[in-house]
Ligand binder design. Structure first.
Ligand code: M7G
Length: 333
C-alpha cells in the first residue's frame, strides 16, 4: 500500500479552479497547511469555521456524503464531506478503544452507537474556493438528458461551447509543472509526446484499496478529449495503459484485471486524462453513458484513425447545462 497522505495537507493554490469564462472572483488565499506547516487539524478547522452554509446541493444516505454550497470570507465555496470506508486493519483498535452505547436489546439482537477514537472517525473533506457557478451546477443534483452528438455537432455546437465555457485546467498544469501535488505523483514518464503523470485522484483518500482511484494526465496540451484522438496517439494511449497498470500493480499490488481504465466523454476538464479505478468500486461516472474503456478506444483507433472524429457519441447533460440548451436551440434534442 502506498504511503498514506493526509488529506489535511491539501493546499488550495489560489490560481486553481479558476474559470475560463473570466469571472473575476476576488481570491482569498486559503493555504490549509501554512499555519501549522504539518497539516495538523487546527489550521484546517479554522478555515472551515468561517464557512457559512447557503444550500445543500446534494446528499446521499447510501453514499454517506453531502455537497454544500456556501461562503468562506465572502467567496463562494463548495465543501464536500464524505464518510470513508471502515478499514479491516483498524478493527482491533476500533473494538478495543471505542465506547459503546447500547441502543436496544431484544432476544439475540442488539444495536449500539460505537464512538471510535477520533483518528478512526475522519471525514474526507474537499473544498473548492472560489467556486464558480459552473461548479455549483456540477454538484447540484439534477435531472439529466442523454444527448447524441455527431462529429458535425461536436464541431458546430460543442467545440465552440467548450472553448469559451469549460472549467479551467490550471490545476492540471500545476500538476504537470510540479507546482501542486508533486509529492503525490506515483509515476512519471517525461516524454513530451507519449509521457504522462500518474497520481491519486482527489476523490481517493488512499486509505484503502477498495475505492482506488488514480488519474493519468498526459504531458501534451493539445488533446482536449476523446474527440481529438487519432491513430497517431496510439503510442501515447498504449504507454498509459502499460505503464499505468504496471505502476499500480507494483505500488498497490492491484492486478490489471482488477482495474477499470477509461476516459470520460464529455469530461469536465478538457486536457486528456485517463481514469484508473478499482473494478470493485462503482466510481461516479463509470457508467456506459460516460465512460469509454481505454482498451476499446485503442482498438477503435487501430481499426480506424478517424473513428472518434466522425462517429456519434452519447453522453448525459444536466437540465440546466448551457450545452444542453445549445443542442436544443440547434434542434438536436
Ligand atoms: P473528468 O472526467 O474531467 O471530470 O475527470 P469529472 O470530475 O466530472 O469526473 C477529472 C478527474 O480529475 C476527476 O476524477 C476529478 O476527481 C479529478 N480531479 C479534479 N481536480 C480539480 C483535481 C485536483 O485538483 N487534483 C487531483 N488529483 N484530481 C483532481
Amino acid at each position: 500500500m502506498a504511503e498514506i497522505i493526509e488529506q489535511s495537507k491539501l493546499a488550495l493554490n489560489p490560481t486553481d479552479e479558476s474559470e475560463a469564462t473570466g469571472q473575476s472572483a476576488k481570491r482569498v488565499k486559503l493555504d490549509f497547511c501554512s499555519a501549522q506547516g504539518d497539516g495538523s487539524g487546527s489550521a484546517f478547522v479554522s478555515v472551515l469555521s468561517d464557512f457559512e452554509t447557503k444550500t445543500v446541493l446534494r446528499d446521499s444516505a447510501r453514499e454517506k456524503n453531502i455537497f454544500i454550497h456556501g461562503k468562506i470570507v465572502d467567496q463562494d465555496a463548495i465543501v464536500i464531506l464524505e464518510k470513508t470506508p471502515i478499514r479491516q486493519d483498524n478493527l482491533p483498535e476500533m473494538f478495543q478503544d471505542s465506547r459503546l452505547k447500547l441502543e436496544m436489546k431484544n432476544d439475540i439482537y442488539s444495536t449500539y452507537q460505537l464512538q471510535p477514537p477520533a483518528h478512526l472517525n475522519e471525514i474526507k473533506t474537499t473544498v473548492i474556493c472560489p467556486a464558480t457557478e459552473k461548479h455549483v451546477k456540477k454538484y447540484l443534483r439534477q435531472e439529466t438528458f442523454l444527448v447524441e452528438e455527431t462529429g458535425d455537432d461536436y464541431r458546430s455546437i460543442t467545440l465552440p461551447y467548450i472553448s469559451s465555457q469549460s472549467f479551467s485546467v490550471q490545476w492540471v498544469y500545476n500538476i504537470l509543472e510540479k507546482k501542486a501535488e508533486a509529492d503525490r505523483i506515483i509515476f512519471e514518464d517525461p516524454d513530451p509526446n507519449t509521457g504522462f503523470v500518474l497520481l491519486p485522484d482527489f476523490k481517493w483518500d488512499q486509505k484503502q484499496l477498495d475505492d482506488l482511484y488514480l488519474i493519468a494526465i498526459v504531458h501534451r496540451r493539445d488533446i482536449k478529449s476523446l474527440r481529438d484522438l487519432r491513430s497517431e496517439h496510439l503510442p501515447l494511449l498504449r504507454n498509459i495503459r502499460k505503464k499505468g497498470e504496471e505502476t499500480i500493480q507494483k505500488q498497490y499490488s492491484v492486478r490489471p484485471c482488477k482495474l477499470r481504465v477509461y476516459l470520460h466523454y464529455q469530461p469536465s476538464y478538457y486536457h486528456l486524462h485517463v481514469h484508473f479505478t478499482s473494478l470493485d468500486y462503482e466510481a461516479p461516472g463509470c457508467g456506459v453513458e460516460r465512460a469509454h474503456l481505454l482498451s476499446d478506444v485503442i482498438q477503435n483507433l487501430e481499426a480506424d484513425s478517424e473513428y472518434y472524429h466522425g462517429r456519434s457519441l452519447s453522453f448525459p447533460l444536466r437540465a440546466d447545462d448551457s450545452l444542453l440548451l445549445r443542442f436544443r436551440e440547434a434542434g438536436r434534442l
